[in-house]
Write a protein that binds this ligand. Structure first.
Ligand SMILES: C[S@@+](CC[C@H](N)C(=O)[O-])C[C@H]1O[C@@H](n2cnc3c(N)ncnc32)[C@H](O)[C@@H]1O
Length: 320
């Protein structure tokens, strides 16, 4: 199958890891629901026609080029694919035109009248993910659309797990670690998991938490061969000799790195890929820390807001 793509959707499709975890999760869903999948012979293409309750229905929210609807095409009597961006909608419409069980809409999901349908969805697929769910509308969209999911309905992805690490970074602005940008940084603390959200739950988009970042102690630094592993570039860029005095246990931090892990279903978890939740580096005030310190920070943002909604505050440094 040849897909028509623009440059953004080309990048999304080139990210095979992203694609394959979604494909696997959709296939897994169909396997576990196998007995339910006696699809009706008379697939009906008219959204206003009688959708009977035994029909299998999926929503593909933010369908983009339509690739996830394509993966699901054989498993449902009807797939409702919704895309806000007009040019992406046109791509999806063209790409999916041969499948009479798929209907593509050019609408904002948040205004979409799902009551037009006479039945709810068995499965919602929604890849509107962003690191820590900040910069895309996954949370507001699912908070709304899951009202139109059957009681035993399933959402792919199932949940997201977020973690934070203290770092020292070169650029003091918010940046992703993706294909386009390769920020230079050193990790200086163990990773702390600070939140997990299940998409079947109602999620409050206003997020606020306190995270304890445990700075590496001497043994941790030896174990990861901290000094030996610093590249010449980092050594020079970070003025390493001045900022890091390992003999006296002195380190410096000036940022945190957020990493999200997407749980597609019970068996599939995917870490960051270039186009699926690449890690996000956020500046904090620069400070000297001692090996083994705990840096307590407050982190706030709005899920489905924008990166500008991120706020950080260092609350205290706890010496051990
Ligand atoms: C990360 S892309 C994923 C596209 C596709 N699902 C895929 O996996 O290749 C997210 C898509 O959601 C669309 N989108 C964002 N907000 C939307 C909204 N409120 N209503 C409908 N579509 C939206 C974007 O235009 C974009 O095409």
């Amino acid at each position: 199958m040849k897909f028509n793509l623009n440059s953004y959707h080309f990048k999304l499709l080139k990210d095979y890891e992203r694609l394959s975890v979604f494909k696997e999760a959709i296939d897994d869903y169909a396997k576990t629901r196998k007995n339910d999948y006696n699809l009706s012979d008379n697939r009906n293409n008219d959204i206003n026609s009688n959708l009977q309750s035994d029909k299998k229905i999926a929503f593909d929210l933010g369908c983009g080029s339509g690739v996830l609807s394509y993966f699901a095409r054989d498993y449902f009597d009807k797939i409702i694919s919704i895309e806000l961006n007009e040019s992406s909608y046109k791509l999806a419409k063209e790409n999916l035109k041969d499948f009479d069980n798929i209907q593509v809409f050019n609408e904002d999901i948040l205004n979409f009248d799902f009551n037009r349908m006479e039945d709810k969805a068995d499965l919602i697929i929604c890849e509107m993910l962003d690191t820590a769910l900040i910069d895309e509308e996954e949370v507001p969209v699912l908070n709304y659309a899951k009202k139109f999911l059957k009681e035993d309905g399933v959402i792919i992805p199932h949940s997201i797990i977020n973690s934070a690490e203290a770092i020292f970074m070169n650029n003091h602005f918010i940046q992703y670690e993706d294909d386009e940008f390769t920020p230079i940084y050193i990790t200086l603390a163990k990773s702390s998991i600070y939140s997990e959200f299940k998409f079947l739950d109602d999620i409050d988009p206003d997020f606020s938490t306190i995270i304890d970042l445990k700075i590496f102690n001497k043994e941790d630094l030896e174990e990861i061969r901290f000094e030996d592993e610093i590249s010449k570039e980092k050594f020079e860029k970070f003025n390493f000799k001045e900022n890091f005095n390992i003999r006296e246990n002195k380190l410096k931090i000036n940022g945190i790195k957020l990493t999200s892990f997407t749980r597609l279903n019970e068996n599939i978890i995917c870490g960051p890929t270039p186009m699926l939740n690449p890690s996000l580096l956020i500046p904090i005030e620069e400070m000297e820390v001692i090996c083994g310190d705990i840096v307590r920070i407050k982190l706030e943002y709005i899920m489905g807001g924008e990166l500008e909604t991120i706020k950080t505050e260092v609350l205290e440094i706890i010496h051990n």
